[in-house]
Design a protein around this ligand. Structure first.
Ligand code: SF4
Ligand code: SF4
Length: 483
């Protein structure tokens, strides 16, 4: 595995002796005996979690994989910002291990550290030992949630409303999306902003309000038929298309583009009109039970054994969707289907390259592709190790000139809902990303994840920069349409 180009240019802390047993004392958290915010000093309790979703019951081989080499440190955005061991992958894994070993409980400080982590998985790309940080991170957050150390009435209410109420009900989510669309399209949003009424939301929400995504006039089921066949009726592959939750409301055009690119390459596209959220938001935010429930629902929606592939165009979702086999490994009813699902689940970039997609013969109309750069979504490059394929698609487009972006794999600060819960760190990362984009002189940024798309678009708009953001598959579909 190659190291990122900047891995050796940053100072790497002294390498401790690799130790297959307990981590060395200097890497154990200094705060395993610190009081939490309530002033309680925690002893050696049960760690506050249970079942498969607890660090105490997680396969110990996953936890002890880390050999404390520190190769991951220079690639970690939070460590880079603070230079504190506890804000690094190695420090966080030491904390997790201390809980697994019964040396500390899941305290509030521990939970806050787990939520300071972006979950960007840059550490997994740098790690020579193959540490499964994604599993550790999800289990750590689940342990923290189960311990209830972050509980507060407003946090509990918001999580219940969003994670359990809204993102488990696709029809309710669409109804809310329609209301938001009316609010935005009628000019009410403009008026509220003009009159400064957003201040009534309170300073925190008022700061976030400009980031509210614009909801599309039509959602995916209004743009894509449940089954669509290639124009020449020559079906080479049968694929299922995932339309997502946020993607369905805000980027239904990208879903249409994805269907078009698949049709142009001989795919019969199956797109169930109502689809559950994939559960990545829940899996990454300490709600593994709800994530499993949503995974079962999606498995019930597609007949995976009759399809050649299940296609996703959202990197964050894809990274999670591919782990359904692990998520449902102990579920007698779903384990076999989940294993088949994980085998067949493909990111659109990955799938198109695998089937040797047809290069378009015309340049997309009305999109400045002659000055383009590519931002790599963390969950595409680190989570799924998909780096060459989007570039191959982009380079196949006539008239497209790709200028490589410095630190293209460095997180833009979106990271699921990180930009909402950790706005300061998120803005720092966004600033850094936009500076690099500026240096390329690009007028278009290609990226394959809705969170990155919104983050960069909002950041550019807030700074008065004219940037066009596009998914690589949208550029490909536009090029096909221009033929
Ligand atoms: S997931 Fe990202 S932020 Fe978290 S430890 Fe790894 S590199 Fe650092
Ligand atoms: S996570 Fe990997 S790279 Fe980081 S310290 Fe552990 S073994 Fe080394």
């Amino acid at each position: 595995m190659s190291l990122p180009s900047d891995a050796l240019t940053n100072p790497v802390p002294a390498r401790p002796t690799a130790n297959p047993g307990n981590p060395p004392a200097e890497f154990l958290p200094p705060f395993n005996t610190l009081p939490d915010a309530d002033g309680h000093v925690h002893g050696h309790g049960d760690g506050g979690s249970h079942g498969h979703d607890s660090l105490r019951t997680l396969d110990y081989a996953v936890i002890q994989q880390c050999m404390h080499c520190g190769f991951c440190l220079p690639t970690c955005p939070t460590y880079d910002a603070t230079k504190k061991e506890r804000n690094s992958p190695r420090g966080r894994i030491a904390l997790m291990r201390a809980i697994a070993d019964g040396q500390m409980d899941a305290t509030k400080t521990f939970a806050e550290e787990m939520y300071f982590c972006l979950g960007c998985l840059a550490c997994t790309t740098a790690c020579p030992a193959g540490v499964d940080y994604a599993q550790l991170f999800e289990t750590a957050r689940a342990t923290a949630e189960h311990a209830g150390v972050l509980q507060s009435p407003s946090r509990d209410w918001t999580r219940r409303l969003l994670l359990k109420g809204l993102f488990t009900r696709p029809r309710l989510l669409r109804a809310l999306g329609r209301m938001l669309r009316i609010y935005q399209a009628s000019g009410a949003q403009w008026l509220v902003r003009k009159l400064g009424l957003t201040k009534l939301l309170g300073s925190r929400l008022a700061k976030l309000e400009p980031q509210t995504p614009q909801v599309r006039a039509q959602f995916s089921h209004q743009l894509i038929q449940p089954v669509e066949k290639p124009a020449d009726d020559q079906v080479k592959y049968r694929v299922g298309l995932l339309t997502g939750c946020v993607q369905d409301l805000v980027f239904s055009d990208i879903n249409r583009d994805t269907a078009d690119a698949l049709l142009a390459n001989g795919c019969e596209v199956h797109t169930p009109p109502v689809q559950a959220c994939c559960g990545s938001l829940h899996g990454h935010n300490g709600e593994p039970g709800t994530a499993r429930m949503l995974a079962r629902r999606l498995l019930d929606t597609f007949d995976v054994f009759k399809l050649d592939a299940i296609i996703t165009n959202a990197a964050g979702c894809g990274s999670h969707l591919k782990t359904y086999n692990r998520l449902l490994a102990d579920d007698k009813q779903y384990a076999e289907r989940a294993a088949e699902w994980s085998r067949k689940c493909k990111d659109i970039n990955e799938f198109l390259v695998e089937i040797h997609f047809r290069a378009p013969t015309a340049a997309p109309a009305g999109i400045p592709v002659d000055q383009l750069t590519y931002h790599e979504a963390c969950h595409l490059c680190h989570g799924q190790k998909i780096t060459a394929q989007p570039r191959k698609i982009l380079k196949s487009i006539p008239g497209l000139k790709l200028t490589e972006l410095s630190e293209s794999t460095w997180c833009c600060g979106s990271a699921g809902i990180y930009n909402i819960v950790q706005p300061e760190m998120s803005q720092q990362l966004l600033e850094r990303k936009l500076k690099h984009i500026d240096k390329t002189g690009a007028r278009t940024v290609a990226t394959a994840n809705p969170g990155c798309h919104l983050q960069i678009a909002n950041g550019a708009a807030a700074r008065g920069k004219a940037l066009h953001i596009a998914h690589p598959v949208s550029l490909l579909a536009a090029a096909y349409r221009a033929e």
